[in-house]
Design a protein around this ligand. Structure first.
Ligand SMILES: [Fe+2]
Length: 351
């Protein structure tokens, strides 16, 4: 007989408590240890009005680009390293500028931030400026704070082993976070708590430049198409492992090319993680087109960057116009611990 929910809860809680892993030190930030409660349930997400903070921003970004700020672009199309400014100290106007800056540069790497030490309430308050924060239906969250999505790997908990097993020779998994939601994320925060000495970078690709590189005729064919994005596989994988499914998995159709509400840029909006098929196409047609688009995104290496981590790094990116992938190039003998806050934005605008 299958174990009851209370038995499963007990097992999961035991896993939660087993944080002191074999041969490994305690996590530096135990508050953010991944928490799974099988009894935690969320109602379906309700639609809300979204006005992107970036639309209110001063284009010159005087609160971020001060005389003390140093910036270094990582590539032509996306990615800027920023130092000399604290996200935690930004005013509402500064946060509006952050939304605009993230939309323009796609990915911002803020160095030497105090963000990880300002406490969960303040972290949530800052992220909420950009939209209601998604409460993840399956991932580890923080006890009492379901807004946090915890990324954690150590000797006992190995996401790559759990997710891919030994069946794949390639662990790169390009995706845009939670694209199955009706209102998908915009400005997104990821802060590192503990990291391996080397490896564990995040790859990002510009979906704007991926779109720009297509021919006018091909762009015409893509515009107007819609694709189905699904949370079902994620929910099934969690259930199979005895993990939580806090909300009924949703499936949503989104435009295949979307337009950014602040910059007006057009971007491809498909990703291997959650896009399942092109609406109205027969199976083979859909598979053929999606395979081309995924290859196009993955093989254009000059529209990619690697986000590297240092203690105090906070990555702020725009999930509407990028895809990203974790990298598994580090030994799980070293702990990697990070947290994402994922504000949801507008219903995708068709190009
Ligand atoms: Fe992600």
């Amino acid at each position: 007989m299958a174990p009851s929910v209370s038995e499963l809860t007990a097992q999961v809680q035991e896993v939660n408590l087993k944080s002191s892993t074999k041969g490994q030190s305690e996590p530096l930030y135990p508050l953010y240890y991944p928490h799974f409660d099988l009894n935690e349930k969320f109602p379906p997400t309700q639609l809300f009005d979204h006005v992107d903070p970036g639309t209110r921003a001063d284009r010159a970004k005087p609160h971020i680009l001060t005389p003390e700020t140093k910036v270094r672009n990582l590539s032509t199309y996306l990615g800027t390293e920023v130092s000399g400014v604290q996200i935690s100290q930004l005013s509402k106007e500064g946060l509006d500028e952050l939304a605009l800056y993230a939309a323009e540069r796609k990915v911002l790497l803020f160095r030497n931030q105090d963000f990880k030490d300002i406490g969960p309430e303040k972290q949530i308050e800052i992220a909420r400026h950009f939209g209601p924060i998604q409460r993840h239906p399956t991932s580890g969250n923080v006890k009492g704070y379901p807004e946090f999505h915890v990324v954690y790997r150590d000797t006992e908990h190995d996401r790559f082993r759990d997710h891919f097993g030994n069946s794949r020779s390639n662990l790169i998994d390009w995706h845009s976070d939670i694209s199955y939601e009706k209102q998908t994320p915009g400005t997104t925060f990821f802060f590192i708590l503990e990291q391996p000495e080397i490896g564990g970078d995040t790859l990002f690709a510009s979906q704007v430049e991926a779109y720009n590189r297509l021919s006018p005729e091909f762009k015409k064919r893509l515009e107007g198409l819609r694709a189905l994005h699904s949370a079902v596989r994620q929910a099934d994988e969690s259930a199979k492992k005895g993990g939580p499914v806090r909300r009924e998995p949703v499936e949503t159709e989104h435009p295949l090319v979307r337009q950014h509400p602040v910059t007006g840029e057009k971007a491809l909006y498909v990703n291997q993680g959650f896009t399942r098929r092109i609406v109205g196409f027969k199976n083979e047609e859909s598979e053929y087109l999606l395979k081309f688009l995924y290859d196009h995104i993955a093989k254009n290496a000059d529209i990619h960057i690697r986000a590297t981590y240092e203690p105090g790094t906070v990555v702020v990116w725009d999930n509407r116009v990028t895809v990203h992938s974790a990298t598994g190039d580090f030994s799980n003998v070293q702990r990697r611990h990070a947290v994402r806050l994922t504000p949801q934005a507008e219903v995708p605008i068709p190009a």
